[in-house]
Design a protein around this ligand. Structure first.
Ligand code: GAR
Length: 191
């Protein structure tokens, strides 16, 4: 059984691109059945067009409540027949509607060794603190901000400029995400 997953992203989507490439090259046994963004100008939407993958964009501000917004997102996910949600730079907390529709089936990547430096600009937070080792975490999503059971982590040494550290972290993310998802979905298949 191939896992049908949707990517959630708010920005550039370099992680989304790495996952797409991994599916094309057969390193990740899953199919991206949709790309969802909360931001109209998210570059990830252009990437989806290029891949020929369906994309949808909904703005939370257009809804009376977070529950209404998530219900509209859920309606779209049902059309795509999604098994898993893969957050790749989706800068929004997942609420009760999506959490209960996808129990233990929402995964996130974060550019730090959680529980250190959750939230926005984790790389900037780590550099400001002066850590010498930082890294990347893949975890199951719960109601908290970058919390939930850890699936995989990789350490990255802080060296050179901020840009260099960012490059090393993004490279680690692109490797770790496909490995962690492939392992998780192999375990799902065995269950
Ligand atoms: C990634 O570094 C991801 O880990 C981070 O946003 C970036 C998105 O980059 N996510 C978070 O900080 C979640 N709290 P991308 O759009 O190039 O994949």
């Amino acid at each position: 059984m191939t896992i049908r997953f949707a990517i959630f992203a708010s920005g550039s989507g370099s992680n989304a691109e790495a996952l797409y490439q991994a599916t094309v090259e057969g390193q990740l046994r899953g199919e991206i059945v949709g790309v969802f963004s909360d931001k109209e100008d998210a570059y990830v939407l252009e990437r989806a067009k290029k891949w020929g993958v369906p994309a949808a964009q909904l703005s939370p501000k257009a809804y009376a409540s977070k529950a209404d917004y998530e219900q509209a997102v859920l309606d779209q996910l049902r059309i795509w027949q999604v098994d898993f949600l893969v957050l790749a730079g989706y800068m929004r907390l997942i609420g009760p509607i999506l959490l209960s529709a996808f129990p233990n089936k929402i995964v996130n990547i974060h550019p730090s060794l959680l529980p250190a430096f959750p939230g926005k600009d984790a790389i900037g937070q780590a550099l400001a603190y002066g850590v010498q080792i930082t890294g990347v975490t893949v975890h199951l999503v719960d109601a908290g901000m970058d919390t939930g059971p850890i699936l995989a982590q990789r350490a990255v040494e802080v060296q050179g400029t901020r840009e260099q550290t960012e490059t090393f972290i993004h490279a680690a993310e692109h490797e770790l995400y496909k490995e962690a998802l492939d392992q998780l979905w192999n375990e799902e298949r065995i269950k």
